[in-house]
Ligand binder design. Structure first.
Ligand code: SF4
Length: 353
């Protein structure tokens, strides 16, 4: 199944097209001419958006002039993935798991994308030549128990390509847990046909890590496909990015997590945004995020509450955030920053409010 993306304002549903301001139009053009993360949205995701400028779905996919403001904290590679690359496509930062950058384009581009620079370069799906060294590495590293297949979005690839990749992984490591990191069930649920889900079942142990930010993203088709995954014994874990103006209030998040639980999905992580260029306007101040998480703890059971986490900027590892996370403050060349403690005991700066 070939992906259809709307990349021109004129191709949006008429109500949305009519709502686009001259500033937004010039952003779309500027992104195109500067070779930056383009405006691209699936017809399905566009159909969920409202015409108001502050609509939470619209905000996630429509470019904003704030993307062009200089952010002194911004990093090209906010997670420091390049530091841990062991093949051109494989990242080994944590002892028991590896990240495979297998995708491929995404099913539309999130304006807050943490891999903004990589995705601007239109990466292609992993080739057979690139899979070979990945499998060689996995064969020689038995301590790696989980493989995060990410991207871009691996599920924009055709079934035959996914089958080729999964077969190679299984041959190299029969028992390794495959974690598919994707937004396709939300942005393009029609892609996940019963045949595709049957293919996944054949490569168990396999789990889906699905990126969902707002309860309105759980459209009928998405609910059906996610419930179908759960019914077929494919566990689904939900990853949510905490985004200013999208889901930065307890009511929205509680509704999202409860609906996920009702569908048989497990809320897994609530991420404090990474420091990708052009995304600072989505970043909730850390202290506000911590206060919001404290409120969530009083409103939803442990089953429905994901861990609040951040990837320490520049490769410091993922840490869970709580009231004790801020160990101090420091002045950096980019500005005032909080000091957060990594798993190895070192302190890393994250922008202060
Ligand atoms: S789905 Fe993920 S990688 Fe793709 S644009 Fe959105 S945040 Fe970026």
């Amino acid at each position: 199944m070939l992906i259809k993306l709307i990349t021109a304002i004129e191709d949006l549903p008429p109500v949305l097209a009519a709502s686009v301001s001259p500033e937004e139009r010039s952003c779309v053009e500027k992104l195109r001419t500067q070779g930056e993360l383009p405006f691209a949205v699936t017809p399905h995701f566009a159909s969920l958006a409202g015409p108001e400028q502050n609509d939470p779905i619209r905000r996630q996919c429509f470019p904003n002039p704030a993307e062009f403001l200089k952010d002194p904290f911004a990093l090209e590679d906010p997670l420091g993935e390049a530091l841990y690359r062991v093949t051109p496509r494989l990242v080994h930062q944590y002892r028991d798991r590896c990240l495979l950058l297998a995708g491929g384009p995404c099913a539309g581009y999130c304006r807050f994308c943490f891999r903004r620079v990589r995705m601007s370069r239109s990466p292609s799906f992993i080739s057979a030549q690139e899979i070979e060294p990945v499998c060689g590495y996995l064969k020689n590293h038995a301590e790696v128990r989980e493989l995060l297949v990410s991207g871009g979005d691996p599920l924009t690839a055709e079934d035959s390509k996914l089958a080729g990749l999964f077969r190679a992984i299984r041959e190299a490591r029969p028992g390794i847990l495959i974690r598919i990191c994707t937004r396709v069930p939300i942005a393009w649920p029609q892609r996940l046909t019963p045949e595709t889900l049957r293919l996944f079942v054949g490569f168990k142990p396999l789990r889906m890590m699905v990126h969902i930010n707002h309860p309105r993203e759980l459209a009928e088709e998405s609910r059906r496909v996610l419930a179908d995954c759960a019914a077929r014994g494919i566990p689904v874990h939900v990853q949510t990015v905490l985004l200013r103006g999208v889901n930065d209030n307890a009511g929205t998040l509680v509704l999202l997590f409860r609906e996920c639980l009702d569908l048989g999905l497990s809320p897994y992580y609530l991420f404090q945004p990474d420091l990708a260029p052009g995304t600072a306007h989505f970043r909730l101040p850390l202290k506000e995020g911590l206060a919001l998480y404290k409120e969530l703890q009083t409103l939803i059971s442990g089953l429905g509450l994901p861990a609040y986490a951040v990837d320490l900027p520049g490769g410091g590892s993922k840490i869970r955030l709580n009231e004790g996370s801020i160990a101090g403050e420091t002045q950096t060349p980019a500005g005032r920053a909080y000091l957060l403690k990594a798993q190895d005991g070192k302190f890393w700066p994250y922008p202060a409010d």
